[in-house]
Design a protein around this ligand. Sequence first.
Ligand SMILES: NC(=O)c1ccc[n+]([C@@H]2O[C@H](COP(=O)([O-])OP(=O)(O)OC[C@H]3O[C@@H](n4cnc5c(N)ncnc54)[C@H](O)[C@@H]3O)[C@@H](O)[C@H]2O)c1
Length: 405
Amino acid sequence: MIAINPIHIIVVGAGLIGPRHAEHVIKNSQTELFGIVDPSPSAKEVASRLNTLYFKCIKDVIDYCEENSIPIPDGAIVATPNHTHVKVAAELAYFGIHLLVEKPLGSNPQEAKALKDFANSKNVKLLVGHHRRFNPFIIETKNQLHKIGNIIAVQGTWTLRKPQSYFDQSPWRTNHETGGGPLLINLVHDLDVLQFLFGPIEKIYAELLKKQRLEYSDNVDEGAALTIRFKNGITGTFICSDNVTSPFNFECGTGENPTIPLHEDLQGFYRIFGSKGTLSVPDLNLFHQADDKEEEQSTTTGDKSWLHPIEKKSLIDINELRTLQPFDLQLNHFVDIIRGKAEPLCTADDGISASLCIEAVLKSIETDIPQYIADMKSISPDYHALGYVHDKTVQATVTTNTNTK
Ligand SMILES: NC(=O)c1ccc[n+]([C@@H]2O[C@H](COP(=O)([O-])OP(=O)(O)OC[C@H]3O[C@@H](n4cnc5c(N)ncnc54)[C@H](O)[C@@H]3O)[C@@H](O)[C@H]2O)c1
């Protein structure tokens, strides 16, 4: 599709998710794919399949633009392994390229905070890729929450079994040090969604699940069971596992990821309990009582049952929700951010907040004690995680200060 005044986007990382982002960039009427950056030999083929330019590193992109006297790309989508996000994003920010960074924003809150500060210092806009905030199932869930009265509790699951090939293809997924494991890869998404729906989490307790992939068991988790308390008093439980046979996960339920088959009619990967009803997600069924007279009904009616029957009401035709692609909606939003028409729906602080929750999960597992989520203001940014652009920037600042004295 030919775009008018297009936003030029470069995709960094051409593994599982990068090419999917690239395809959305190609299809979008407001964007043009500038190229693909990835040092892996297989990435060249990906670029050729997508009919776009191929670069081994970001510096090659900048050199190419200089040599050909063309502007550098407006924005980048960072889809590299978790532990590389901050360094890669910082290099792009150094050149003033706006950022959509895949989740998690950083391997830990300290490096994520450093990236936030650095992007701000360069006037670079930063959107965190918790794309489920754009998922129509989540948007509709948020819209319908008022129907269940006071929200008291939530129960959630993200459970499936990842095949061995998933680990063989990308060994970074088998080690915590490189951001592997379902807590860092998957749970971080659900915790962001829960905070998006119910506000900030205050406290988490986590128990590690029994491990079955014994060859990686020293290096990486297979999931955990959590109890959660939100600041507003809502409480919840959540089970996350990437090694059980189960369709009870976001992707199977919504069908949003082409690599994970849709499970038709899945009910209740989230159940949200309120004073007036229970909302089940993704089916968006409301379980409620036909009227609010449960206090009056009793043995006086002569019924054996002391409770009104619970009725199930379908709130929406969920097939309509499947026609809207969250990656498209996220990309449109990124374009609006770059054009100055919108502020990020998922900010650096949201990314840092999700990262703080994961930090609490890991600490709770380590100590066997519930953990309060640390205050964002208390985080000391780890500027060294920015890599060579940090040294370059510090160097430039020192030189400027010396020259102006
Ligand atoms: N939003 C989602 O639903 C979703 C889904 C899957 C993955 N992700 C996230 O996307 C990121 C990538 O995951 P994946 O499964 O595609 O990983 P992957 O291992 O399949 O692909 C990563 C690619 O990045 C390349 N790479 C590594 N270092 C690089 C660098 N410095 N510069 C450029 N390229 C580099 C690798 O060669 C590889 O091709 C992860 O952060 C993951 O958490 C998000």
